[in-house]
Design a protein around this ligand. Structure first.
Ligand SMILES: *[C@@H]1O[C@H](CO)[C@@H](O)[C@H](O)[C@H]1NC(C)=O
Ligand SMILES: *[C@@H]1O[C@H](CO)[C@@H](O)[C@H](O)[C@H]1NC(C)=O
Ligand SMILES: *[C@@H]1O[C@H](CO)[C@@H](O)[C@H](O)[C@H]1NC(C)=O
Ligand SMILES: *[C@@H]1O[C@H](CO)[C@@H](O)[C@H](O)[C@H]1NC(C)=O
Ligand SMILES: *[C@@H]1O[C@H](CO)[C@@H](O)[C@H](O)[C@H]1NC(C)=O
Ligand SMILES: *[C@@H]1O[C@H](CO)[C@@H](O)[C@H](O)[C@H]1NC(C)=O
Length: 308
């Protein structure tokens, strides 16, 4: 039982760790274990010995510091909010194949909060290191940049996952680039190895386009990104979905030692070319490509785009 509990503790991730404001002790003095069940949106708080109670530092149980074993129903909006880092995960309804659930991740800004660096930024850092399989890479610096500039993330989590935050199967982070008022920029997009080839990447792209279309009224016209010139698999995926190269940037990735080449293509999707977001990447009729976008790719990037 004790071993099992330790495993559960490990699975319960950065966000749901009992650090920060969730400082709950079991009556034997050990920290209580938190877990969050994505399937039915229940929090559970438990001690290693079933039936043993949890208590806060003054030794009392209250609404915030639940007594164990017990589960806590999430609100009808299915939001998971971590006060220690001001990260909020919101289920946004679009389950995929009855296997994955989509969450939108928000950073709430609270000027009074002295954010715990580990809970806020290392959550993203660890997730990207896992998804990209780059155990030594450091993403946190650019993630801060990305998330603090109108940043938003989407993540797919398997329905049978034991923890939302340590079981993200695919994630993307979007932002606004500085000086750009007419585009949404994709900072990162990755799918965990065991979950590839199931359409999760395509599904995330559709979600991004869906969001951008809703922001057309705010002047958004493009979705942009940079892709390593040797990452042909990704390039062709984006091209099939309607993105086109419009600029070649030699040495763009010079500061980043994790790539096999340091050259990048700048890609963009013209939102006015999108005819049907639900069939995007799957049906050639979902995009009506402006010939100028294809010409630009050949002229500026020396690249004839693939299409469906
Ligand atoms: C809901 O969560 C509780 C607590 O984790 C668990 O005991 C129960 O089996 C779950 N129900 C379903 C339908 O998964
Ligand atoms: C612990 O619980 C007691 C009783 O509900 C409450 O008065 C006290 O504020 C709680 N302590 C903390 C640190 O929340
Ligand atoms: C979760 O579901 C997937 C797909 O049905 C399955 O392959 C996997 O083994 C399940 N994992 C767990 C921990 O139940
Ligand atoms: C959840 O994440 C943990 C830790 O990375 C992993 O061991 C476990 O297999 C994952 N479970 C599912 C259902 O993906
Ligand atoms: C943003 O625009 C200003 C003024 O045009 C310019 O000086 C600056 O270099 C631009 N910054 C970036 C990152 O392009
Ligand atoms: C968009 O594509 C979906 C899925 O292929 C299809 O069901 C729907 O009818 C299409 N909508 C329009 C307006 O063509």
């Amino acid at each position: 039982m004790f071993l099992l509990s330790n495993v559960l503790f490990f699975l319960s991730s950065f966000i749901l760790s009992s650090k920060g404001n969730f400082d709950i002790q079991c009556s034997n003095g050990r920290q209580a274990l938190w877990s969050f069940d994505v399937f039915n949106y229940t929090f559970s708080v438990r001690c290693s010995t079933p039936g043993q109670s949890c208590r806060n530092k003054t030794g009392r149980c209250n609404k915030q510091f639940l007594c164990c074993p017990r589960t806590f129903k999430m609100s009808s909006k299915s939001q998971l909010y971590d006060r220690a880092s001001d990260i909020k995960l919101i289920r946004i309804g679009n389950d995929y194949k009855n296997l994955y659930r989509l969450f939108e991740i928000h950073l709430l800004s609270n000027p009074q909060a002295n954010y715990d660096f580990r809970t806020r930024w290392l959550f993203f850092d660890k997730t990207l290191r896992d998804l990209f399989e780059m155990p030594n890479a450091k993403f946190w610096f650019s993630i801060i940049d990305c998330m603090q500039n109108h940043g938003i993330a989407y993540a797919y989590v398997p329905l049978n996952a034991t923890s939302i935050t340590s079981n993200i199967s695919a994630m993307t982070i979007l932002t606004r680039q500085k000086n750009s008022t007419d585009s949404i920029y994709i900072c990162y997009m990755a799918t965990r190895k065991q979950h590839r080839r199931q359409g999760l990447g395509t599904r995330l792209l559709q979600q991004i386009v869906h969001r951008a279309l809703n922001e057309q009224k705010n002047g958004i016209k493009y979705i942009t990104m940079h892709v390593n010139t040797l990452n042909i698999v990704a390039l062709e995926l984006y091209e099939r979905c309607g993105w086109r190269c419009y600029d070649y940037l030699p040495s763009y990735l010079d500061h980043d030692p994790h790539h096999i080449t340091n050259h990048a293509y700048a890609l963009r999707l013209h939102l006015e070319n999108v005819k049907n977001v639900t069939s995007l990447c799957r049906d050639s009729k979902a995009i009506h490509m402006n010939p100028f976008d294809n010409e630009l790719s050949i002229r500026n990037c020396n690249r004839t785009p693939v299409h469906l």
